[in-house]
Design a protein around this ligand. Structure first.
Ligand SMILES: Cc1cc2nc3c(=O)[nH]c(=O)nc-3n(C[C@H](O)[C@H](O)[C@H](O)COP(=O)(O)O)c2cc1C
Ligand SMILES: [Mn+2]
Length: 495
């Protein structure tokens, strides 16, 4: 089926109120274009122009932020395209996840969390053919700058080819394959850096090679199905391959091909795939890079270098990018939404009942300012929920504040959350400080040279359980009274 045929079928599905399915990024782009969320931009410069345009579009769009597809990039042939902001709308995220496309905000989070309750990984399927094999560059022909790699922000230390990417590695002891979105900076035509924060699965796996003095095989996929990027950038359980997890979300196995040099799997329908090795003694300066916290906090440090052996790519390849930076960014809403659903699911998995909502605010980059709402059932329930939310896998890395609120507070509503915090918490009784938690170089509030741990304030903004029933009633008309008055005074209220 061509991408255009897929578009026609998808349009029928959408008319019938169904969420269409798709096989690869190209079909996905056709579908997104059909419902008006794709902006195509021609004749743009890779040098700061694509990056700044995606910043402006993400911040200034009136409606949903469109996906932005750049073509005819300066110095590059027509057809060599770059996609930003792929997952920057609720509708596109619902499309990726096969969820109803009219859901938004907490409703979409709830639907994803519900889907995760019965989610089962589906093992990836190894195949020998796929569009990704249309072109291969090997050895002396390898050139990372054959693609229109952007210089994204003004203070970046280089051109980043890996942002909306999958960095694929295999655990040498346990055998499972992991991938994560770890940023990748071009060093020269044949090598790139790979920055993986402490504690990420990629770092854990890589260190098992390095501790034995061995090179770490790696594949970096830099153009693929948006659902793979969603999975890549979020915390899936240790030991579970993100390929299998993504297959479970799609309801069919991800087709993968094994790399010639590493044997590592990569998506058969990917756009651009880079294969190589990282050597324990081979490091180069990486960064700085504008990050999701809104700062260039990690500065530059020596990081492992990937020596590239092969690059596989489709005809007219599409490089997928994300532009981190001061929030909101072109992917912060996606991060907020998926992180919220994962924390919700993981907190429930550790046995916390009656969670009513989780929202990882975009202003905190989806990590630094997270709210969980519960219906309090027993003494200690609020403490259990907030501590779990701050330390489950999806919530632990580089967090700062977690606030637990009662079920009458909508965690997405900043005003109501601040009202609950201001009126229901008592600083002495309500705030727990956790020390020496999981942080890393990206944390802007840790002094250079001292990066590693950080502290958390975990705040109980629920009514105190033991006198909840005696807590002062909320000074607000009852729903019944409001309805009665609204019906009588409709014109006054709406006029
Ligand atoms: C656009 C984007 C860029 C990211 N860049 C990095 C990065 O450079 N280094 C890093 O360690 N994590 C980065 N992350 C976060 C990880 O992808 C995320 O924590 C993921 O869960 C890591 O996979 P893992 O749990 O298998 O380690 C990024 C996430 C996104 C969405
Ligand atoms: Mn993982």
């Amino acid at each position: 089926m061509t991408a255009l045929e897929a578009r026609k079928l998808a349009e029928e599905d959408i008319r019938a109120g169904k969420t269409p399915s798709y096989t690869d990024l190209r079909e996905w782009l056709e579908i997104v274009d059909s419902f008006g969320e794709l902006k195509k931009v021609d004749n743009v410069d890779w040098n700061l122009e694509m990056g700044t345009l995606s910043e402006l579009i993400a911040r200034e769009s009136k409606g949903p932020v469109p996906a932005v597809l750049f073509d005819n990039v300066k110095d590059y042939p027509k057809g060599y395209r770059v996609l930003f902001a792929q997952n920057a709308s609720f509708k596109r995220m619902a499309l990726n996840l096969g969820l109803p496309m009219d859901l938004a905000n907490l409703d979409l989070v709830r639907a994803l969390r519900q889907k995760l309750v019965t989610h089962q990984p589906i093992p990836a399927k190894t195949v020998t053919k796929g569009p990704i094999l249309e072109n291969v560059m090997s050895g002396n022909d390898v050139n990372l700058l054959k693609f229109p790699v952007p210089l994204i922000h003004e203070l970046d230390g280089g051109r980043f080819i890996g942002t909306a990417c999958l960095v694929i590695t295999r655990d040498p002891e346990e055998g499972w394959v992991n991938f994560g979105a770890y940023r990748g900076m071009v060093q020269d035509e044949k090598s790139m850096s790979c920055y993986i924060s402490p504690g990420k699965h990629g770092t854990i796996q890589r260190s098992k090679y390095f501790e034995k003095g061995k090179p770490c095989p790696v594949i970096i996929c830099v153009g693929q199905d948006p659902v793979l990027f969603m999975v890549s950038g979020n915390e899936i359980d240790y030991g579970v391959s993100e390929f299998d997890y993504a297959g479970g979300l799609k309801g069919s196995p991800i087709e993968v091909i094994e790399g010639k040099a590493t044997g590592l799997p990569f998506p058969a329908h990917a756009e651009i795939v880079i294969e190589g090795f990282m050597d324990p003694n081979d490091r180069k300066t990486e960064g700085p890079f504008g990050e999701w916290t809104g700062y260039y906090a990690s500065s530059s440090r020596p990081e492992p270098v990937v020596r590239v052996q092969n690059i596989y790519y489709r005809n007219d390849p599409i490089l997928t990018c994300a532009r981190p930076g001061r929030p909101p960014s072109d992917y912060s809403i996606a991060k907020c939404m998926v992180k919220s659903a994962l924390i919700w699911e993981q907190v429930e998995k550790c046995g916390v009942p009656d969670v009513k909502g989780v929202w990882c605010h975009e202003a905190g980059g989806g990590r630094l300012f997270n709210i969980i709402s519960i219906k309090q059932r027993y003494p200690g329930h609020a403490r259990q929920a907030m501590l779990a939310a701050s330390q489950v896998h999806a919530g632990a890395y580089l967090g700062r504040y977690v606030i637990v609120v009662d079920e009458d507070i909508d965690p997405t509503n900043t005003f109501d959350v601040i009202w609950a915090l201001a009126s229901r918490s008592d600083p002495v009784e309500s705030i727990e400080i956790l020390r020496r938690c999981w942080s890393g170089p990206l944390d802007p509030r840790i002094q250079p040279g001292k990066k590693g741990f950080n502290s958390r304030a975990v705040i109980d903004a629920c009514r105190p359980f033991e006198w909840m029933k005696d807590f002062p009633p909320v000074a607000e008309s009852t729903p019944e009274l409001k309805e009665k008055i609204r019906a009588k005074w409709k014109k006054v209220i709406e006029g």
